[in-house]
Design a protein around this ligand. Structure first.
Ligand SMILES: [Zn+2]
Length: 118
């Protein structure tokens, strides 16, 4: 069983990895190493954050949003609950996808709907 601090660390590391992929200068990388955590707490709208967000593609941005939502839920003590049906998300799923917003059942139902539409 992971502690809240462990999960938080994992989510922040994942978030930083995403930003590292688009960071282009040494200054930005350095900033990522030092300031991401405090940025998150201030709901980061710093200049650098905006620049980096600009470079993220849609998929990465969705991932960052999922991580941010997971962090908020973690603070509120609601982490690990499915946003759709309210059931607990399985531990094994959270290990692979710590920012997963919905349980496997709801994720599959969603995928099926997308598949049917296209
Ligand atoms: Zn669900």
């Amino acid at each position: 069983m992971c502690t809240v601090a462990d999960i938080r660390k994992k989510l922040l590391a994942q978030r930083r990895d995403l930003f590292c992929q688009v960071a282009q200068t040494e200054e930005e990388l350095l900033w990522l190493e030092t300031d991401v955590e405090s940025e998150v707490e201030e709901r980061g709208q710093g200049e650098k954050m905006v620049q980096l967000l600009d470079r993220l593609d849609e998929r990465m941005r969705a991932e960052i949003e999922a991580i941010d939502r997971a962090l908020v839920k973690l603070e509120a003590g609601r982490y690990g609950r499915c946003e759709q049906c309210g059931e607990d998300i399985s531990q094994s799923r959270l290990e692979v996808l710590p920012a997963a917003p919905v349980c496997i059942g709801c994720a599959q139902a969603r995928e099926t709907r997308v598949a049917l539409r296209t």
